[in-house]
Design a protein around this ligand. Structure first.
Ligand code: DC
Length: 223
């Protein structure tokens, strides 16, 4: 039997940073489902598909084979056999991923892969619909959030550190738009599962968030 921890929340809430640290501490496999949507988005961008063209997205996504590989505990996303880890962290790919993820054919393409991973390993899986749809029986469900200005600031600093700075105003605008799209889509919208614990990270630093979640995991018997 494997233990599953589901983390959902809006863009920039700190899900991946926290999930990576927790996975290391607990010896779980970290599964970043956003990266899978981003890999499909990269394929769509390369094929010059427009974000609003649902029909073309449904058709073209069938050509994109996404697989995950783990090297020294790091998740690598392969798109038709190519390691695209270094190409998917841009705002352009993120926005396309948000558009494409509202298309049922795209979600169907990734759902089974995500469930299979969780069935075979102890996983911490993060995304938008993990607690509500992908792993409804997860042992621990968390909904991580923070105010939009805080989340935009984190994204801004992340991009700056990578040497690809953007405009703060534009990043905040993108984050607000992306959240609205992720929350209001028809299929698997972003929302807190009824049995998820809400963690607002606006005024918390990373160790505080990790400790809060470790305590929740302890209470649920995952440690
Ligand atoms: O977490 P992220 O920024 O890498 O995700 C990119 C987009 O992918 C996000 O805006 C919505 C979509 N996504 C989703 O719909 N469901 C998931 N489980 C993960 C991501």
């Amino acid at each position: 039997m494997s233990y599953n921890i589901a983390i959902d929340g809006p863009a920039g809430a700190g899900k991946s940073t926290i999930a990576k640290l927790l996975a290391k501490k607990l010896g779980y496999v970290y599964v970043d489902t956003g990266a899978m949507y981003r890999a499909i988005a990269l394929y769509l961008l390369r094929e010059k598909v427009r974000p609003g063209d649902t029909e073309a997205i449904s058709r073209t996504c069938m050509e994109a084979e996404v697989t995950l590989l783990y090297q020294d505990g790091e998740q690598m996303v392969l798109l038709n056999g190519e390691n695209v880890n270094g190409l998917i962290r841009t705002e352009e790919v993120g926005n396309m991923a948000s558009n494409a993820s509202a298309v049922p054919a795209v979600r169907a393409r990734l759902l089974q892969l995500q469930r299979d991973l969780a069935a075979s390993e102890n996983v911490i899986m993060d995304g938008r619909d993990i607690g509500t749809c992908v792993l409804p029986d997860a042992d621990v469900k968390l909904f991580l959030t923070a105010g939009s200005a805080v989340r935009a600031r984190r994204r801004y600093e992340e991009l700056l550190a990578k040497g690809t700075p953007g405009s703060f105003e534009q990043i905040e605008k993108d984050i607000i738009e992306r959240d609205a799209r992720d929350r209001n889509r028809e299929i698997s919208p972003l929302r807190q599962a009824e049995d998820a614990c809400l963690v607002d990270t606006s005024d918390m630093d990373i160790p505080q968030v990790v400790d809060t979640i470790l305590e929740i995991c302890r209470q649920k018997g995952c440690i």
